[in-house]
Design a protein around this ligand. Structure first.
Ligand code: DQA
Length: 149
């Protein structure tokens, strides 16, 4: 929720990220999505942002949220999960919003299977942060802050 003149940063998480904590912890770590959200809120408060943190397994819901960001958010941090590698619809939605976009991944997608090396999100993103586990989200927030300030 945006308070007063606080800038809102939309953090979107795609499919299966609701399973963090128990999902392949050797790849994604043991923190849950809720742990990540709490850490982001702590830093966001210090930096003067409100965080709107969401997760969906549905491509259409993610597209709708990206469309709705126009006018309500200052930046989008997006971990599109597997949709990163498949979704032209998410790319099109991102290209229709005019604000900083940071692509985030917990794992280093370039060290993994070849099908993860291509991202449909990257052409619309200011930058990509991957491979730092849950810290990727914190680094992405710092990157958005640098762009916005
Ligand atoms: C991921 C990497 C994707 O390849 C995978 O499908 C995910 C998570 C990551 O955060 O490392 O679901 O986006």
């Amino acid at each position: 929720m945006t308070k007063g003149s606080e800038k809102n940063i939309l953090v979107l998480n795609g499919p299966n990220l609701n399973m963090l904590g128990t999902r392949e912890p050797e790849i994604y770590g043991s923190e849950t999505l809720s742990d990540i959200e709490k850490n982001m809120i702590t830093l966001a408060e210090e930096l003067g942002y409100a965080i709107d943190f969401r997760q969906s397994n549905s491509e259409s819901e993610l597209v709708g949220w990206i469309q709705d960001a126009r006018g309500s958010s200052s930046a989008i941090l997006l971990n599109a999960g597997a949709f990163t590698h498949t979704s032209v619809a998410i790319l099109d939605a991102l290209q229709a919003v005019d604000m900083p976009i940071i692509e985030v991944h917990l794992s280093n997608i370039f060290r993994r299977e070849k099908f993860r090396h291509h991202s449909y999100v990257s052409p619309a993103a200011n930058g990509v942060i991957c491979g730092f586990g849950s810290n990727s989200y914190i680094l992405a927030l710092e990157a958005a802050h640098k762009i916005l300030s």
